[in-house]
Design a protein around this ligand. Structure first.
Ligand code: ADA
Length: 550
């Protein structure tokens, strides 16, 4: 529903008046009547008239609530709302949040919750603006709505708001971390029952920080994704989690997982379920996407181009799939704006805070294909610094852009960000955007940076079921040939080459892909089509991955 913001104490009057006031407006915009929308979910796939809708929709729901417990605090938690959410409960505004892919919460004053007929209203607006993150121009669909879980959370007065427990960056037997409180910090006990570990941690200088030996832990890896039940108890609160212990670092030419070099057999994924044309949000969705990646032979996924549902990283933890997580700093945004930088930092902080106990996540990416300029490099450097401050134990990277038509020697690709990132990653489409795939035969890749080198994207479009010879663009045969040539070329990469995440797992909906025959509003670079069928290139990539297994 569209109506102007109002603040009222009487929820029914508020709603009725709002409806009244906006009947005209709804008529003007052609949206009349009430609609049922499921939460979580996007509005685009649920109501035919909203397939292309960008604007605001007011969600309303009533709910009963158990009598609130004396001394408890209540929070309204949102897994994600795209893009802006204004949240009202019983006529009072709880708060506003921007950023379409990260969680947020608002405290509900205890006096506001009633036993019956609570009235929750959320105004969601998915309009895109130049000074937001992402900005106006993206090659993915701008699904709107309350796209992830919503929960009411009951907590004690002083509660554990965040904690980190993981191995020190370079030690396979020493754990470190902290516990942060909302309220007064108290001593905690950390228990890992399977290891018979019980560790007391006092408050020191107002902080609860720890470092202790963890000698008997089996390490987490793709081959052995061991997770331990962890219980952290404070004087008033208790949190549990399942945590894997592993180390990861970029050292010299290699990425070391638990001290040993790894090769990352990856694939990029969008957070979308193509057969239903919607955002992904359920356990089943995560199983579909990561299951398809596993079938392809992957030990890694790049969750492009924004933080995906938390279920993805949790499932990756238990399946043993390494993860590259990214914020939607995509293409050209307003790099000169301090305000835009703050918005990007807020999303980076929310992403890292949500997932900093996931063993699967090894790379924080601060963006994708940001064209080189001094102001952009400064912006991105700021984000890299922030990511390292927030988490010094994972690699920080960004998918960089290479101009394969510049005539420059691809042996020596560079980007000033190469100095600052741990993993030098380039998107490269030689043979799709720049000439034919046989261009790969005469190209040798390398970078000027003496660091692990990664190909974060490469790919070609193919419409499933459309056949031709290998020179027929958009045919399965072209994509197949493309991958053959690409993989041959990548097999000649220098020693610091440590993995690839081709573009991408499945065809996805995109407003930019308007070729009426081949694309029909879809980016067709998937290994799977939008119905879940494998294209010919799938088997080429899978065979290469099988040959790369340790
Ligand atoms: C870019 C971008 C991707 C994807 C790709 C393509 O590399 O990073 O989001 O859209 O282009 O298909 O052209």
């Amino acid at each position: 529903y569209r109506f102007k913001e109002r603040r009222e104490d009487d929820p029914e009057a508020y709603w009725n008046r709002a409806e009244q006031a906006n009947r005209t407006e709804r008529k003007e915009h052609g949206y009349s009547g009430k609609y049922e929308l499921e939460v979580p979910g996007d509005w685009n796939h649920q109501q035919p008239q909203f397939v292309y809708y960008e604007g605001s929709i007011w969600y309303k729901r009533s709910f009963d609530f158990i009598k609130h417990k004396e001394g408890s605090r209540y929070f309204l938690y949102f897994g994600a709302v795209n893009y802006r959410a204004d949240v009202y409960l019983n006529g009072k505004k709880l708060g506003m949040h921007k950023g379409g892919f990260t969680p947020f919460n608002f405290e509900i004053p205890a006096s506001l919750l009633k036993e019956k007929d609570n009235f929750l209203v959320v105004k969601v607006d998915n309009r895109r603006y130049a000074d937001e993150v992402p900005t106006l121009n993206t090659d993915w669909w701008n699904y709107g709505g309350i796209t992830r879980d919503v929960k009411i959370v009951e907590l004690p007065q002083s509660f554990i708001r965040d904690f980190v427990l993981q191995l020190k960056k370079t030690s396979s037997s020493e754990a470190e971390g902290y516990v942060k409180f909302n309220g007064t910090p108290s001593p905690v006990t950390i228990e890992i029952p399977a290891l018979k570990l019980k560790q007391q941690v006092p408050v020191s200088n107002g902080e609860v920080k720890f470092s202790f030996k963890l000698p008997k832990a089996e390490l987490w890896s793709p081959e052995h994704p061991k997770l331990y039940d962890v219980v952290i108890t404070s004087s008033s609160d208790k949190v549990t989690d399942k945590i894997g212990f592993r180390t990861v670092e970029a050292r010299g030419k290699h990425v070391l997982l638990n001290g040993k070099p790894i090769f990352m057999r990856g694939i990029c994924i969008h957070g979308e379920i193509p057969q239903d044309v919607r955002r992904a949000y359920s356990d089943e969705d995560a199983r579909q996407l990561l299951g398809q990646a596993r079938e392809l032979g992957c030990n890694m996924v790049r969750l492009a181009h924004y933080p995906h549902d938390e279920r993805m990283v949790r499932l990756a933890d238990s399946l043993g799939i390494l993860v590259w997580s990214e914020i939607p700093v995509y293409w050209t945004i307003n790099f000169g704006s301090a305000e835009v930088l703050e918005k990007a930092k807020a999303q980076l902080t929310e992403m890292i805070t949500r997932d900093h106990n996931r063993a699967s996540v090894i790379i924080w990416s601060v963006g994708n294909e940001t064209p080189v300029s001094p102001v952009r490099t400064n912006f991105m450097h700021n984000l890299i610094t922030r990511a390292k401050e927030l988490d010094g134990t994972r690699m920080v990277s960004a998918a960089l852009e290479v101009n394969y038509n510049s005539g420059k020697d691809l042996n020596m690709v560079d980007d000033p960000l190469g100095e600052f990132v741990d993993l030098v990653a380039f998107n490269e489409y030689l043979g799709w955007y720049g000439g034919l795939p046989d261009k790969c035969r005469t190209t040798n890749w390398g970078t000027i940076y003496d660091k692990p080198f990664f190909i974060s994207e490469t790919g070609a479009e193919a419409k499933a079921g459309f056949h031709g010879d290998s020179l027929t663009r958009f045919s399965e045969e072209y994509q197949e040939w493309f991958f053959k040539e690409q993989l041959d070329m990548l097999s000649r990469m220098p020693e610091n080459f440590c993995g690839i995440t081709p573009w991408l797992l499945a065809d996805f909906r995109s407003p930019k892909r308007n070729n009426p025959f081949y694309q029909e509003g879809w980016n067709r670079k998937g290994m799977y089509d939008d119905k879940g069928n494998k294209k010919k290139a799938f088997y080429i990539l899978k065979a290469w991955y099988d040959s790369k297994r340790p």
